[in-house]
Ligand binder design. Structure first.
Ligand SMILES: NC(=O)c1ccc[n+]([C@@H]2O[C@H](COP(=O)([O-])OP(=O)(O)OC[C@H]3O[C@@H](n4cnc5c(N)ncnc54)[C@H](OP(=O)(O)O)[C@@H]3O)[C@@H](O)[C@H]2O)c1
Length: 288
């Protein structure tokens, strides 16, 4: 079974997998695995459960122990039993025996105190249905609480050139100090960062002879030391993303990327508790 040190730097995202063309989607996922990508994240909310249903085909074709699977608990956890119920649903739908890490999609999803939900996940570890506790879209205080009580293995959160919230509020640093893998989603913001054609990125792209997305991924993985979760079932995009690991960016240029600021993201008010005032943390990446 895979452990943190075995993680490939780029993981397999599953949001908006194309289920109209299951054959090619499956081929794309298997191609990623063939190239070494070995951790995957999924959620029951994706396409109303159809993505998780489809992944049964994927797990039939791969060696289960060679994939680290993370799954989200979805809205809402209203009572303790909901935790095992959702975990069982994943296991049944994908016809697998265990999930490597289970995480609450965003803390507001848990209508019972977050620690009680994580205590239930901990119980499922004892039953062998789950291996580790992960966390997603939480505040630093919540991360600290859950880590101190149960031990957190990985954190799935938004982080990219434009949206540096998880760095600004201290999550990335806390993860580093506590040996928690930080896995960033929307690393490319679904190609929207490249589409913005920032002069810094177009210049670096020309200088290094790489695409803007390759510059972004190289910076995230080599400079920031985080893992990137990317959805792609297109072989050209998969190859291009993997190629981002194979070149060096100078310290001066890395510093320019470190200093890049997006005025909009820095001023968004986050609605951590789903009060209706502000932007839900899991919707932040979709702003602008
Ligand atoms: N925890 C959370 O709240 C949360 C939130 C959002 C996402 N996630 C997870 O993170 C994963 C990644 O996020 P995401 O899918 O939203 O965004 P993303 O990975 O930034 O972007 C995916 C989109 O970009 C395209 N793409 C991939 N590589 C490309 C490249 N090199 N050039 C141009 N286009 C490229 C993909 O199309 P092709 O397939 O055609 O390549 C796909 O349409 C999700 O799939 C999901 O598993 C988690």
């Amino acid at each position: 079974m895979l452990e943190k040190d075995d993680f490939f730097p780029i993981g397999i995202g599953t949001y908006k997998l194309n289920l109209e063309d299951k054959e090619n989607t499956l081929k794309g996922l298997l191609y990623s695995v063939e190239k070494g990508q070995n951790f995957m994240s999924t959620a029951l909310v994706y396409d109303n459960g159809r993505v998780v249903d489809f992944l049964k085909e994927f797990f039939r074709k791969v060696d289960r122990e060679k994939i680290f699977l993370m799954a989200h608990l979805e809205r809402y956890i209203e009572k303790l039993e909901d935790v095992e119920k959702q975990v069982n649903e994943y296991l049944t739908k994908m016809d697998i025996d265990y999930i490597d890490a289970v995480q609450v999609h965003a803390s507001y999803v848990s209508k019972i105190p977050l620690a009680e939900t994580y205590n239930q996940i901990n119980e499922l570890i004892k039953k062998g249905k789950v291996r580790y506790i992960s966390i997603s879209n939480s505040s630093l205080e919540e991360l600290k609480e859950i880590n101190e009580k149960f031990g957190v293995y990985s954190f799935e959160g938004v982080y990219n050139l434009e949206c540096k919230l998880n760095e600004n509020i201290g999550i990335i640093n806390y993860c580093k100090e506590n040996n928690i893998k930080f896995i960033c989603y929307q690393a490319l913001r679904r190609n929207r960062i490249a589409n913005n054609n920032y002069p810094l990125l177009t210049e670096l792209s020309e200088k290094y002879g790489k695409t803007q997305n390759q510059i972004l991924l190289n910076w995230l993985i080599k400079e920031k030391g985080v893992l990137a979760l990317i959805k792609s079932t297109n072989k050209d995009n998969i190859d291009s993303n993997l190629e981002s690991l194979n070149f060096e960016i100078s310290i001066e240029d890395m510093n320019k990327l470190n200093e890049f600021k997006h005025k909009g993201f820095d001023t968004v008010k986050i609605d951590w508790k789903e009060t209706g005032k502000g932007v839900l943390i899991d919707q932040l990446a979709n702003q602008f």
